[in-house]
Design a protein around this ligand. Sequence first.
Ligand SMILES: [Zn+2]
Length: 185
Amino acid sequence: MIRPILVVGNPVLRQKAKRVSQIDKSIQRLIDDMIETMKAAPGVGLAAPQVGVPLRLAVIDVDDKITVIINPEIVKTSAEVELDEGCLSVPGFWGRLDRAERVSVKALDRNGKELRIRDAEGLFAQALQHEINHLDGQLYIDRMDTLDKLQRSEPLRRREADEREARRAAGLEEDDESSTKTTPD
Ligand SMILES: [Zn+2]
């Protein structure tokens, strides 16, 4: 079941989430719902507080691999690099911030078995840090020096329309109404 994603301003996003004490049926259902919600968004990761559940649990989808982390802890970090980042709870924006290039994480998987993620890199490392921040009530915008650097991401449809307009102006595309017609929303 797809659950609604809370957006910035909702107090649940600012709570320090509690540890999961028992991985029971309701937790399994929550995990399944979070994976479905993340895929539908679509997003690279989703933390339980983002669907209104203040528990230390998150799901990540990088390179077609789903990782479930329960009660995660960052046990090792490398030097930081500058990255672009966005969040499903801060819709319509992205920003640049510094994060560790590599991280090692200790957590439980959905079966309650200990999970060791050693020297995760790239988008996976970024997502691990982003989701674990959510569990402490932190959003990526808190890590930016200034919100002046926050960039607005244009809705895709608008961007496509602008590109089409630019191509047409450059004489690269015929001004044919039938080819630009979109289905009604
Ligand atoms: Zn987020």
